[in-house]
Ligand binder design. Sequence first.
Ligand code: UDP
Ligand code: MG
Length: 314
Amino acid sequence: MKKKLISIVTPVYNEEGNLDKFYERVKGILKPLKYDHEIIFVNDGSKDSSLLVLLRLAESDKQIRIIDFSRNFGHQMAITAGMDHAIGDCVIILDSDLQDPPEVILDLIMKWEEGYEVVNAKRKSRKDGFFKDMSAVLFYKFLNAILINKIPENVGDFRLLDRKCINVLKKIKEKDRYLRGLTTWIGYKQTIVEYDRAKREWGKTGYPITKMVGLAFNAIFSFSRLPMKLATILSVMFFSITFLVIIYALISQILGQTVPGWSSQIIIYSIYLALQMMILAIISEYVGRIYTQVQDRPSYIVANYINFNKKPRD
Ligand code: UDP
Ligand code: MG
């Protein structure tokens, strides 16, 4: 029987000091297993000598593949490229800075063999410093309060995906990718394994606050309808306020407690504002629908066909 193939996908951005150790540890885990493997490094426009280190490693190990980006396209795109080019029966994504301990790969594979199609690695603890740890906790709480599909808390991009899931993800071409959201969104049999997140072995984070905010925006705009609904919610509020303002202005007018012209002005002004907000709400509904349409995610995903003689054509 043909051996199953495990693809490891790892994004690399200025990791020259981590790569040898990363390779050693990952290889040490994979080699004794009964599976074939490939290790795909995606060099995301590193400015240090990461590529040279990778080329040296690839010379002696033909199971290493390198995808070398022309510039920095960001972590999410690096993972996407890795998944697009992987040929394995499953794909395991992990960081190349050894924050995701390669030993957890064994737990991920075990769950996969039990029949799970998405195995998420969840951080039991993290050691990234107070700011990063706190912001992650708060961000996940906020996100899950407004998201349509809840994403598991404290789960990053460290996970195993079955070939079926990879094939579905490959069809999703949206540009502002928030993979953590997408891997939840696709469904399938999902589970979690827990691990202790390690400290970065060498170098510094390639995720400064600006990139973190960018990622957060992608999460919010791609997976929540709240921004789209904001104009509608405000519109209802404005109309209620306008109603009260009109009553107040009329009463003041009747009681003669105001200067001439004030009531009519305030009434016209608030009706005008409420109408404007209503038109914005209508436009944002349309824009929202256009956005969903151009995202062009599949409308549904079939995991199994039962009693179909032939699988319907894709
Ligand atoms: N990374 C990348 N492109 C970037 C930033 C980071 O490919 O623009 C890689 C990086 O080499 C690492 C992973 O993505 O393997 C996670 O990045 P990092 O460790 O800097 O983020 P943190 O763990 O601090 O959130
Ligand atoms: Mg890291």
